[in-house]
Ligand binder design. Structure first.
Ligand code: XMP
Length: 431
């Protein structure tokens, strides 16, 4: 089985990702390499059919103009050189000529088969995992998020019970989330799953901590520590650590011409004293392709098409110092909100939606009794890249239905508010 490859070489083109995605959309697999890649390396990529040298505004790095190794022109496959400059740098449609047409012509010139599809990709990855792991064992931190779930499914297909998944419940997950992980991966799939309920440890470590950044740091570090403890118990037995790294994680962690957007914790942030080799079967996939891959592997839709959920979970939505009472209000109100969004068909329309519980109370009245309880804040936003966001214009009857249910079903709260703030000035999360 072969999937032809068109290599893209990054010489400072801001539209690189869009070009790579367009080539894949046209049915040919593409990968992005740094400008100083050697001709030997490029030539060694399986089924290489063509090379696109992409130049642009970022061609000058730290005052020095960069270029490709000239030897890449002698590899023996067609080379297309494109250079894009100007203010529409993020818009592939702003190329001087119809870009899709240029790419289509180039694909034809290369004689590349347009056979890139998820079924073949999955089969190729399974072969690659088997070749890499041989008869070794693999460990995976399975959060239940899209990426780690798809990694679990593909690894299970490749190596079966030589995969061990560890699911750490930090007590800040949404209602029913850990149960769903156990149901899908242990009961239905039959994978080895170690479930660690570390809720109490996390709550204890977070007690009295108000500062959002400290909360994040505590949650992140304790998560790694708990996972390391489990890994150490298995060490000696296990040779590989699987990670749900995806292509944007690698690209956003900084190619050579683009400064890092943000440091992703699964790129370069590995625990120091645990010695595993890495398996990263999704590292060349974009997010929508990861979802297609999950579908191909038969994962349930609710696991693949879920809204983003931050690593620190409900911890950054239960504002200020976390208490059990407010954490439960956050979790229960979130469950009601998700249920109502689903009922109204909004779960497929709105990018991210959740509830937030602040750490102050207000006076109210319930059953003729004065109450002094917490408010629940609803947030529902749409965005393309999470850098900016707009508020979903929820219809009043929907808001009223959600409000009624939260006040009726969630103990400890007496008001519901709707956050009308776009990003900027607000961030999507409150902490
Ligand atoms: P903000 O609040 O910065 O969020 O507008 C943008 C997007 O990132 C998610 N987010 C996080 N994801 N760890 C994560 O994995 C975090 O600490 C974190 N903080 C925010 C947020 O949910 C939104 O989708």
């Amino acid at each position: 089985m072969k999937q032809d490859l068109i290599a893209m070489i990054d010489v400072g083109c801001k539209q690189l990702v869009k070009v790579a995605r367009t080539i894949r959309r046209l049915g040919v697999y593409s990968e992005i390499y740094p400008h100083d890649s050697t001709a030997e390396f490029i030539k060694s990529r399986p089924n290489l059919r063509g090379i696109i040298v992409c130049g642009g505004d970022n061609r000058v790095v730290d005052g020095v103009s960069i270029d490709v190794n000239p030897a890449i022109y002698d590899i023996g496959v067609p080379v297309l050189t494109v250079e894009h400059k100007g203010s529409h740098a993020n818009d592939v449609d702003a190329w001087p000529l119809e870009p899709t047409l240029i790419l289509e012509n180039f694909i034809d010139r290369c004689g590349a088969d347009r056979n890139w599809n998820m079924g073949e990709f999955v089969e190729a990855q399974i072969e690659e995992i088997r070749a890499q792991v041989k008869d070794g064992r693999v460990l995976l931190a399975l959060s239940g998020g899209v990426d780690s779930s798809v990694v679990a499914a593909i690894l299970y297909r490749a190596i079966g019970d030589r995969l061990t998944c560890v699911h750490v419940n930090h007590g800040l997950l949404r209602k029913g989330e850990s149960e769903r992980v156990i149901e899908v991966f242990e009961r239905e799939m039959g994978a080895n799953l170690i479930y660690v309920d570390a809720s109490e440890r996390f709550l204890a470590a977070l007690e009295g901590v108000e500062d959002p950044e400290r909360k994040r740091k505590i949650i992140g570090e304790l998560f790694i520590r708990v996972f390391e403890e489990e890994a150490k118990k298995l060490q000696g037995d296990i040779d590989f650590l699987a990670q749900g790294t995806i292509y944007p994680d690698i690209l956003e962690s900084g190619t050579k011409t683009e400064k890092a957007v943000k440091a992703h914790h699964n790129v370069g942030g590995l625990p120091q004293d645990v010695h595993f080799k890495l398996v990263e079967p999704l590292k060349y996939l974009f997010k929508d392709e990861v979802r297609q891959c999950g579908e191909q592997l038969g994962l349930p839709a609710d696991m693949i098409y879920r809204q983003p959920f931050p690593g620190p979970g409900l911890g950054v939505r239960c504002l200020g110092a976390i208490t059990r009472e407010r954490l439960e209000i956050t979790r229960e109100s979130d469950a009601v909100l998700r249920d109502e969004f689903k009922k109204h068909g909004l779960d497929k329309k709105v990018w991210q939606y959740f509830t937030v519980v602040p750490d102050f109370k207000s006076v109210g009245v319930k059953n003729s009794q004065r109450t002094f309880e917490y408010p629940v804040i609803i947030r529902a936003v749409n965005t393309v890249d999470a850098m900016t966001a707009t508020v979903e214009p929820l219809m009043f009857p929907v808001l009223a239905a959600i409000t009624a249910r939260i006040l009726d079903e969630v103990p400890g709260c007496n008001r519901v508010l709707y956050d009308l703030t776009p990003k900027p000035t607000g961030t999507i999360e409150w902490e």
